[in-house]
Structure formats: C-alpha cells, structure tokens
Design a protein around this ligand. Structure first.
Ligand SMILES: NC(=O)NCCC[C@H](N)C(=O)O
Length: 404
C-alpha cells in the first residue's frame, strides 16, 4: 500500500512537504497579490524555518518526502516528462516561434533542472535566442522580467494540491489561476513515480473545484468539506459522489465558509487536535453550519440541513460533543491569531500538534487543554497565509485502531 490516511489525528507516518526555493524569489511587490502572497518573503530565512519544520517532524519519527525531489525523479520517466513539458508549452501566450524556442530550452535540461523550471518558472531573460534559435515577435515585445512559464510559489502549501482519503489520493482542482498548474505536478508524481505505483486517483484536476485545505477527515468514514472561496458546492458534491462510490466514507459535512481571504479554506478556521477536539476560531464556532451529505438509494449524494457544525460533527462521529479550543482569549487576539494561522495546526497524533510559535495565546490554550504543541517559527513561511497544516500533505497515518 503506498499511502493511507483515515483521520486528521492518527499518528503521522509519511508526509509530503515542499521546501521553498527559487519560486519564492520570483515574488515582487508587483506580482505578490496575484501570486497569493501578502508580503515578499526572505527566501533564505523561509528555507531555514521550513528545514526546522521538517526536522521537528523527523524528530517525531515522521518520514518527510519532498515534492521537488519526487518531481525530479518523476521527470526521469519519459512519459511524465513529455506530459509536463507539453503542458507548459500549451498556452496561446507564447505563439509558435517562442513556443519552439522554449521547447528547445526545456529539451536541453536534465530532470533536476527541468523540475526547477517547472516549479520556479522561466523568465524572458532566461531564454536566450541565438542563431537558428529565434524568439520571434512575442519574445521581442516581452519585458525581460515577464514570465514565459509562471512560477508556483504556493507549492509550499502541499495540503491543497492533493489529499489522501483512505488508500486513494485526490489530485484536486485548484480554484485560483496562480495555483492551477500545481496539480499537473502532483498528478504526474502520483501517476508516474515508482513510489506511488498502483495508487488509484480519487479525483482529478479537470473536475469541479476542490482544494485539500477544505477537506478534514474528522474520523474514519466521516469528512467535513469547506465550501467557500476555493471549494465550490459542485466540487463538494462531486467529491462526495466519488468518495461514496469508492466506499471511502459514509457521511460528509458540507460546511459553508465566508468567501474571504482570511477564511480561504476550512482549515484556516478549524483543525483537529484530538479524536474529539478542534482548535477553532471563536468568531465562527457558533455560527458555522453543516449540510449532512449521505448517499441516496442510487448512490447520488443527498443533503439535509443545515444544522450547527459542531453538533452535526459530534453526532456523525458518535461522540457527545466536539471539544473546542479557542484561538485566543479576546476577539482582537482571536482575529490576529486566526489571520496568522493559529487554527492551522498539523496533528502528529492525538493531543500532539505542530503550530506557529507566534500564536502565543492559542498555543497556551492548547497546552491548557492537554495538547502538546511543537512550536515552529513561521515569520517568512506565513507570508503566503498558511500554517503547518497547509504546508503538509499526510500520505500515511497509522490507523487509530491499530495503535492500541
Ligand atoms: N490550506 C490552506 O489554507 N492553504 C494556504 C494556501 C495559501 C496560498 N497563498 C493561497 O492563497 O492559496
């Protein structure tokens, strides 16, 4: 079995991360908004912070896989290389002459260099036309800093571009144009990397929008799916249909969330830290609603509700109540710490999570509630608006009933 994840808090065995690299160096004050960053990160410090995050995971026995390395290995497979190369060339923006020129440039690259270009993009000034290698009109009219291939700085947030549900992986359908190409990379890795041979894809990028940050595995067979800026109602329905057809879950809570940047995914307001506990933004705890989605007689998803999210989740999970640990004590602190991903914890096991150290109040609340917090710094990493959960895609967790 290549991967298996049955809940948010089962002991984490293998995780997919992306060590940020030259794609972050592409961010400027002119493009950071469209590339979904709120500031210009200091790349070297972001890498140090990320290395510390990875070390903290390894220190707890977690196997860390890196997307960049898997991609380079995947590009050694001719079919994957052909597919990913064709994908970046397939844009009307290039025109025929420049397309041929860029194709020749990419053909000269070995797998690690090509992986780097697919992640960091390619700027006009990095494509050198020459005798017999013209750039053409398009090349001449471009600014030297324009991108011939757009960079993918949000690869850092591996949570969103794929999500494992039981032993299948959903390669998601990302909503924002700046992120769409990410899933061509994750899709190629899962299809062609030998490590994932035999893995069945539960979802593919051409389907309705679903992002991994919206998918919470509340317990085996029970999912919560945020519906908002990134995951559409149609995406939630399609995922439900596929999950039911594959027998991976029997209940899905579809949870509408405000279509705002601060709440772009469900995991920005709520993550699980124990089998019966969440850390949650208090400003939404009482207002969040859920539609209960189950399979009708013909297998098609049927929705009932809405009802209060916390009560619906507890009922679906067969527990009296879902304990709620607040982000901060007062509304202003809560708002600040929610913005800085205080709710976005990564559970390594029940009552053990990774969180940004800056969210002092929230982390103290977690500790008071008996949750051990491994605090990491994220001053640079957080500039893309994502915390430890966003930066990690669990591939394998030990099922809770196997842990004794
Ligand atoms: N699950 C998450 O909340 N991921 C964070 C994604 C941040 C990224 N800059 C984005 O806007 O998509």
């Amino acid at each position: 079995m290549t991967g298996h994840v049955d809940s948010e808090v089962s002991p984490l065995r293998t995780v997919l991360l992306h060590r940020p690299g030259p794609e972050l160096a592409r961010l400027t004050p002119r493009n950071n908004d469209s590339l979904l960053f709120d500031a210009i990160p200091w790349v070297g410090r972001a890498q140090e912070e990320h290395d510390a995050f990875a070390a903290a995971l390894r220190g707890r026995g977690v196997e860390v896989l890196y997307l960049g390395q898997l991609l380079a290995e995947t590009l050694a497979v001719p079919e994957a290389r052909a597919l990913l190369t064709a994908d970046v060339l397939d844009t009307p923006r290039l025109g025929d002459t420049l397309r041929e020129r860029v194709a020749a440039h990419l053909a000269d690259l070995g797998p690690p260099e090509l992986a780097r270009v697919l992640m960091a993009g390619l700027a006009h000034e990095e494509v050198k036309p020459g005798p017999g290698r013209p750039g053409g009109l398009v090349y001449q009219l471009m600014d030297s800093h324009d991108f011939v291939i757009d960079p993918l700085p949000n690869l850092l947030f591996t949570r969103d571009s794929s999500v494992w549900i039981s032993d299948r992986v959903a390669v998601t359908s990302l909503a924002m144009p700046a992120r769409r190409r990410e899933t061509t990379l994750t899709g190629a890795i899962y299809r062609h990397h030998p490590r994932f041979a035999g893995t069945e894809l539960l979802y593919t990028p051409e389907l309705e929008h679903v992002e991994g940050g919206d998918v919470l595995l509340l317990a085996p067979g029970i999912l919560a799916v945020g519906v908002g800026e990134r995951t559409t109602p149609a995406g939630a329905e399609r995922l439900a249909r596929r999950v039911f057809a594959a027998g991976l879950a029997h209940t899905i809570l579809a949870v509408p969330i405000a279509q705002e940047r601060a709440t772009m995914h469900l995991d920005t307001v709520c993550t699980m830290v124990d089998v019966d506990a969440v850390v949650m933004y208090p400003n939404v705890a009482d207002t969040l609603r859920a539609y209960l989605v189950t399979a009708g007689p013909d297998g098609a998803p049927e929705a009932a509700g809405p009802q209060p999210f916390l009560a619906a989740a507890a009922a679906a999970m067969g527990i009296d109540r879902l304990r709620v640990i607040d982000t901060g004590l007062d509304p202003v602190t809560a708002e600040r710490e929610q913005w800085d991903d205080g709710n976005n914890t990564l559970a390594l096991a029940p009552r053990l999570c990774v969180a940004y150290e800056r969210n002092v109040e929230t982390n103290a609340q977690l500790e008071r509630a008996g949750i051990e917090v491994i605090a990491i710094s994220g001053s640079e990493l957080g500039s893309g608006r994502g915390g430890p959960r966003c930066m990690s895609c669990p591939i394998s967790r030990t099922p809770l009933d196997a842990t004794g």
